[in-house]
Design a protein around this ligand. Sequence first.
Ligand SMILES: Cc1cc2nc3c(=O)[nH]c(=O)nc-3n(C[C@H](O)[C@H](O)[C@H](O)COP(=O)(O)OP(=O)(O)OC[C@H]3O[C@@H](n4cnc5c(N)ncnc54)[C@H](O)[C@@H]3O)c2cc1C
Length: 290
Amino acid sequence: MAAKGFSYHRPTSLGEALALLADLGPGAVPVAGATDVWVNLRAGKLAPEALVSLRNVPELSGLRKTEHGLALGACVTHAEVEDDPWVAEHFPALHQACSGVGSRQVRNVATVGGNLCNAAPSADSAVGLLLYDAECRIETGIGHRDVPLTEFFAGPNRTVLGPGEVLAEIRLPLPAGRTFAGYRKITRRKAVELPMIGIGARVTLGADGRVAEARIALGVAGPTPLRVRKAEDRLEGELLTREAVAEAAEIAAQQAKVRDSWRGEAWYRREMIRVWIPRILDEAVLSRKG
Ligand SMILES: Cc1cc2nc3c(=O)[nH]c(=O)nc-3n(C[C@H](O)[C@H](O)[C@H](O)COP(=O)(O)OP(=O)(O)OC[C@H]3O[C@@H](n4cnc5c(N)ncnc54)[C@H](O)[C@@H]3O)c2cc1C
């Protein structure tokens, strides 16, 4: 099927982008790196009347680091995160997740905001962000609203963004205390590949040495990237023993809504969760990441 023609717009401010989206109506689609949009256009799954590029909107760019945390403009690319040593030190699981997206060529243009807005169950950076309690700043055109990332996804390839709304910024508080975290993407082959399963874990220890905060997040384990609260509950308040971690991993494996697909069978995905949550935390503690 031949692609329908569409107009292309390149606003240079957030206000202009929002005004264009409002004026052009529901047929207008925002686009950032276009790595998903282009694939969908080519496949005939997307037939916009207009594309509104967000790439030249300065309000959506840049990483801001403060003593309280990190704010990522929605158009920050995965390569920008990959190249940032401060992010690697303070948010290692996010750094690992972003560094594993596609190839370097893809990461040079693919944005973190686009990864969230595309809302694929396999979105790598979404899992990394879930581990750090990320919050999304959504610009509505008449104001803004802040939505926790846990509430941002509405289903496979669906978010809570309304027509004409733009994801502007993703904010992460700096984890307190001693934090250990990591992300592991399991793929069928060592090449540009979406995850068969994406596995993330973080623990933050309190002054008493017990786990004050635990986060277990998974990709390709349900309709959206998700946290596994029951597994987190198993760890919180406990000492970080091998037994506690193994039990949390087992809970996560059981809770995961994995299925058979050409990328991997459900039993194997569960097994990877079981095996990798303890390994991720072991590696993080040994390398003192976090
Ligand atoms: C070869 C290849 C390899 C890939 N490998 C991986 C991988 O390993 N892991 C992975 O997770 N993904 C992968 N992807 C998917 C893709 O690269 C990511 O999802 C990427 O982060 C999307 O970002 P983008 O800037 O290109 O988004 P775009 O394609 O520009 O947009 C994606 C969607 O988000 C919307 N959107 C974008 N930005 C905003 C915004 N600020 N506000 C509102 N809506 C917005 C668009 O309308 C569209 O619906 C791969 C893609 C390709 C082509």
